[in-house]
Design a protein. Structure first.
Length: 201
């Protein structure tokens, strides 16, 4: 048994590599993944719902986009692919996840517009046109709230955040909490037990 979690900074488990294939908006992606990161063997069902139901950026989108808790990079790679004029930032505390995301960006020819960093490496004055996240619910409510309180204020004034949370893991209570914090939150979609939340100033 290992004590590693997907939010472990430096996983001890051997990095057994594998490929994960998925399709978003008619485009096929093949990414490399490895043990010790979130949903290492497949596209997480919540991430799949988020990518299918949220409103993605497009070829005219500019500015900075954020994939918060990028894992091996499926959201970041999709964002960088569909929004070539924007700069996508992929952030994760897990060093192995960052390495995999950087490798996948290189494999897809996205390295020039996809920046992979640890949270503390993101410029303090950077504001994001969009934030996308399948947030790490299992870190616990307090840590999750602190994570969102740290990053959501970095939305640009007209920016939008897209979050996916399983209903049985507190999707509805998270919506209520965000509203209490002063955010405008709508349940944009529900599918397969997941809530897709649209968050704006």
């Amino acid at each position: 048994m290992t004590g590693d979690h997907y939010f472990t900074a430096e996983p001890d488990a051997p990095a057994r590599a594998r490929e994960v294939q998925f399709t978003v908006a008619g485009r096929d992606y093949t990414l490399v993944s490895a043990s010790g990161v979130f949903s290492a063997s497949r596209l997480d069902p919540g991430t799949a719902v988020l990518l299918r139901k949220a409103e993605p950026p497009d070829a005219t989108t500019t500015g900075a986009l954020l994939d918060l808790g990028c894992g091996f990079g499926p959201i970041a790679c999709v964002l960088a692919t569909v929004a070539p004029m924007a700069t996508t930032w992929a952030v994760d505390v897990n060093e192995r996840a960052r390495d995999l995301t950087a490798e996948n960006a290189a494999r897809l020819g996205l390295s020039g517009r996809l920046r992979v960093t640890a949270p503390e490496e993101v410029p303090a004055d950077l504001r994001f046109a969009q934030i996308w996240s399948n947030p790490p619910i299992r870190v616990g409510k307090d840590e999750l709230h602190q994570l969102l309180l740290r990053w959501l204020p970095r939305l640009a004034p007209d920016g939008v955040a897209w979050l996916v949370v399983a209903r049985h893991l507190g999707g509805d209570s998270l919506q209520d909490w965000l509203t209490e914090q002063g955010w405008r939150v709508t349940r944009h979609a529900s599918q397969k037990g997941f809530r897709v939340l649209r968050v704006t100033h």
